[in-house]
Ligand binder design. Structure first.
Ligand code: SF4
Length: 80
């Protein structure tokens, strides 16, 4: 999304999602708030933390840690 409108394929952009709050890539164009980097922020967050988010530290790393560690912890406690 740019100030002139959506520049992605098909010219369709979707508004940001809750997880985007605080990100510097949010663009308020008067009709709504959109992401400058992605046409569909919801899809971006569905796969984990957005890797271009400016408000989340260690974007991708953190989401991977969150996904893997609970499993490891469960295995560890099952062994005991
Ligand atoms: S870069 Fe990611 S977190 Fe930031 S507005 Fe876009 S989709 Fe949301």
């Amino acid at each position: 999304m740019t100030k002139k409108g959506c520049s992605f394929n098909g010219g369709k952009c979707r508004p940001i999602v809750e997880a985007c709050e605080g990100c510097e890539r949010i663009l308020d164009n008067g009709n709504g708030r959109y992401c400058r980097a992605y046409p569909d922020p919801a899809a971006k967050w569905r796969r984990g933390t957005c890797n271009l988010a400016t408000h989340v530290k260690n974007g991708r790393g953190r989401s991977e840690a969150n996904r893997i560690n609970p499993l490891k912890a469960a295995k560890r406690s099952a062994r005991r």
